[in-house]
Design a protein around this ligand. Structure first.
Ligand code: ADP
Length: 172
């Protein structure tokens, strides 16, 4: 059952014990605020070194590093779109973040992966629209891929959690 492979929880993504967590990074991949800062702080300085070697990342694309001091084995860094009102291809770029992260996960045998609400903090993407994109892209991917076996959306607050639950109801 597809629904059994998608979990929605609240909490801190840096505590996720699984194969990979996704970082809402920026194009330089050199750390930042929000979830990016929390992931770098928890992973330790080796993560920054590993990111430096990657030479940045385009919007909508994803790159993978080890998790270092994190409980998860890998970090998948993706760069979400900055919200500019919705008519600048934001939804296409956001879908590409989820798609490229899941493709990278499948290639690295990542069986369990956790996503934060990419672009929904400083980048200003409205949570209702973003959660629809996250759930739809993930459901489409899982329909044709066995790996990852399980995808968890880790919501930092109740408003985000409620939006994901609604998006899940709307699309399954
Ligand atoms: P962006 O720049 O892509 O908007 P942010 O880090 O500002 O990225 O926010 C993305 C989402 O991650 C927001 O919903 C924010 O509340 C959430 N967030 C921040 N810290 C954490 C954390 N430690 N675990 C999970 N989610 C987090």
């Amino acid at each position: 059952m597809l629904n059994d492979r998608i979990k929605i929880t609240t909490g801190d993504i840096t505590a996720f014990t699984g194969d990979a967590i996704v970082n809402a990074a920026n194009t330089k991949l050199l750390g930042g605020g929000g979830v990016d800062g929390a992931i770098h702080a928890a992973a330790g300085s080796q993560l920054l070194e590993a990111c430096r070697a990657l030479g940045g990342c385009r919007e909508g694309a994803s790159k993978i590093t080890p998790g270092f001091d994190l409980p998860s084995r890998h970090v998948i860094h993706t760069v979400g779109p900055y919200w500019e009102g919705g008519d600048h291809d934001e939804s296409t770029v956001l879908a590409s973040c989820y798609q490229s992260s899941l493709e990278l996960a499948a290639r690295h045998d990542v069986r369990s992966i956790a996503f934060p609400a990419i672009s929904c903090g400083v980048y200003g993407y409205p949570i209702d629209a973003a959660s629809e994109v996250a759930i739809r892209t993930t459901i489409d991917f899982l329909r044709s891929n066995d790996i990852p076996g399980e995808v968890t959306f880790i919501c930092f607050d109740d408003t985000t959690y409620d939006a994901y639950v609604r998006a899940m109801k709307n699309q399954s």
